[in-house]
Design a protein around this ligand. Structure first.
Ligand SMILES: [Zn+2]
Length: 414
């Protein structure tokens, strides 16, 4: 009898241990234990896995075409198209997705994986094991930068990525695509320099900064009209900015905006204004930046902070878009988009006005706000090192959730 009890206890203990081990293993792969396994199992049957969320974009007929295209390459390519969001089984990270799927395919020593990119919806990223022999990473990145895929759907984009991986010249293709974008930027800069040289009098740096601002007149007007949700005080300011086109005038307007925000916060109902503290923080930061402002980039920062404060008062601080990343003097952004800085492989998620979005789509360089680097050269403000410019670090609210917490000592390292 006691032997039976012991045996039973041993069996129960073993069962408990198994259960604990299984739970631990599940917890270790991040919340939804079945997601990676489900994808891997599916990939054993077909090299193309498409989550039902993308079933319209890549219907079964296109999936079969892609699978045939992949088989013809003779390469160990697998495609995983699944939405990625923070907090999901892969925490919205394409790297975690790729690693998980690969772990579930242990017999697949060589693997080329093309997946959705966690940072930018409807874009792709590629990874290859054991080494990047087919230049997969660059090939898949290049696919999204070609004229022919500008308006392509996910199915066509995937087909192009497979084609470029099979071609095996991904790095060259990527560099060509980036160079096309770069040529456009350089042409603009040369034109700006010619204009500056032909003008007489006045410091050259001012012309470099001032000319693009003058060119904004029509653009800012249109942007203000087309912006998704203009804050009450912004449109007049945009018009005023475009008319004045000089730093002193912009400073005066920024001062007026800061004062108006201060009045609005004082008038706000403490009990019902959820974002009041955020608005007060933004107001305080705007005042500090204004006091220390040395030029257009800082004054643009004041406008960005005022906008943020007004959004907080209106209760829109979680949803409203910041000002245009490329030039905050364009006004409030109309949409968010992925943008890859020249010479960099990773893309940034930035908020842009409609004009800048159109420029990106047409492979034109957007009109950017410039700043001076430590050698006195005029460069796009976002090209300054983040430790030297708070605006490069934050993208005026595109790269950070809020500006209100900005540390005044970090506005600009001097
Ligand atoms: Zn813009």
């Amino acid at each position: 009898m006691s032997t039976d009890v012991k045996r039973l206890t041993a069996v129960l203990a073993a069962l408990l241990l198994t259960a604990l081990t299984t739970t631990a293993a599940r917890a270790a792969d991040g919340g939804t234990p079945s997601a990676g396994q489900r994808i891997a199992s599916s990939l054993r049957g077909s090299p193309v896995y498409v989550d039902e969320a993308y079933a319209d974009a890549v219907p079964p007929s296109r999936q079969r075409e892609l699978a045939q295209q992949i088989r013809r390459t003779g390469l160990p390519i697998k495609v995983v198209l699944t939405p990625l969001t923070k907090g999901d089984a892969f925490d919205g990270d394409s790297g975690v997705l790729a690693g998980t799927v690969r772990d579930r395919l242990p017999d697949q020593r060589e693997l080329i994986l093309i997946t959705t990119d966690g940072d930018f919806p409807d874009s792709l990223t590629g990874e290859e094991w054991p080494a990047d022999t087919h230049q997969t990473r660059d090939a898949v990145s290049a696919a999204g930068f070609l004229d022919e895929t500008r308006d392509a759907g996910l199915a066509d984009l995937t087909a192009k990525a497979v084609e470029l991986v099979a071609e095996g010249k991904g790095t060259q293709r990527y560099e060509e695509a980036v160079k096309d974008l770069g040529d456009d930027t350089r042409r603009r800069e040369e034109q700006a320099e010619e204009r500056a040289e032909s003008a007489s009098g006045g410091p050259v740096w001012w012309l470099l900064v001032g000319v693009p601002v003058l060119a904004l007149t029509a653009l800012a007007t249109r942007t203000a009209v087309r912006s998704r949700k203009p804050a009450p005080a912004v449109p007049q300011l945009v018009f005023a900015t475009a008319r004045a086109a000089d730093e002193a005038e912009l400073r005066r307007r920024a001062e007026a905006e800061v004062l108006a925000l201060g009045e609005a916060t004082r008038a706000a109902d403490v009990s019902t204004t959820r974002g009041l503290q955020h608005a007060l923080d933004a107001y305080a930061a705007a005042g500090t930046v204004l006091d220390e402002a040395r030029g257009l980039p800082d004054l643009a920062g004041v406008l960005a902070l005022v906008q943020e404060g007004r959004d907080a008062l209106a209760g829109d601080d979680d949803t409203a878009l910041p000002r245009c990343f490329f030039n905050p003097l364009h006004g409030r952004a109309a949409l968010r988009t992925g943008w890859r800085p020249l010479g960099r492989r990773d893309r940034l998620d930035v908020a842009v006005c409609q004009e800048c979005a159109d420029a990106l789509r047409d492979r034109r360089a957007p009109e950017v706000l410039t700043d001076t680097d430590e050698d006195g050269r005029t460069v796009p403000y976002f090209e300054l090192p983040a430790e030297r410019s708070a605006w490069a670090a934050t993208g005026y609210g595109s790269l950070t959730a809020t500006l209100a917490g900005i540390n005044s000592r970090r506005i600009r390292a001097r």
